[in-house]
Design a protein around this ligand. Sequence first.
Ligand code: F6P
Length: 324
Amino acid sequence: MSKEVQTIGVLTSGGDAPGMNAAIRAVARKAIACGKNVKGIQKGFMGLLNEEIMDMQRKDVSDIIQRGGTILRTARCDEFRTEEGQQKGADICRKHGIDGLVVIGGDGSYRGAQALAAHGINTIGIPGTIDLDIACTDYTIGFDTAVNTAMQAIDKVRDTSSSHERCSIIEVMGRNAGYIALWCGVANGAEDILIPEKYEFREQEIINNIINNRKKGKTHHLIINAEGIGHSTSMARRIEAATGIETRATILGYMQRGGSPTCKDRFYASMMGAKAVDLLLEGKSNRVVGYKHAQWVDYDIDEALSMQKVIPEYEYETSRMLAI
Ligand code: F6P
């Protein structure tokens, strides 16, 4: 039987997400409550390779649950994609006595965790990304805050769009996934929602839709466009030329990743952080925490990475019908 984990490291990796601090806090507090040592690793896997590692006490995670971003900072690291980088990372963990590591991030970060597990470090992943694009979980830390931030911003654009009787294209984040666009599209009452999972080039259909809506008396036309489709500015130019209706593009960008996390993000992050520590204390490794069908669950990382996430058909079809 393997020796019980004594020192738990924690890092955040990839794009930051509101609620990551709540997860860091939960990892640290749960581990300390269970009599373990905690080490915070700065700047993700890059900081691990540079040995930017510090002891963490209970007070080091005080007053952070309400803060956006990540106090540990984050980075994307090419060196960690190599076998040498991964071996070096595992050796550095051992040198610092880190025998369990919690990695908070998206799919790419899980690959790093998986590699470290293969090199003998017990690792657990926590889904932290605003994109909601992780298949093994119904929830990812940061999504709720990001969609609320985007929704509020879109409401504001809508005000000015209807005052000027314009068409507005608002581009939201999500990398290759359309969850932020779908949720905001429904919540903001958009006329069109463009998501990469469902996009066949249907610009003429959108143009006809705008013209028909104008005839029906709609004063504005709101299009939520996912980052995975992009090209919002050139799309606006083409729509304006084809319809004669003033059309503006707004790309919301990084503001969607910032801000104080919502209650939901803080709560889920707290549970997931604690669960990651539980798994390490049970001697588990190469697993990822998730929330599925109203249960806190965990999966083997290999299995988690092989799962496919799909946009629920009912949600997409409903979004189209409500936009009539
Ligand atoms: O994964 C979160 C995310 O904000 C995506 O929505 C976006 O595509 C990407 O990160 C942007 O990454 P970067 O911070 O490297 O520009």
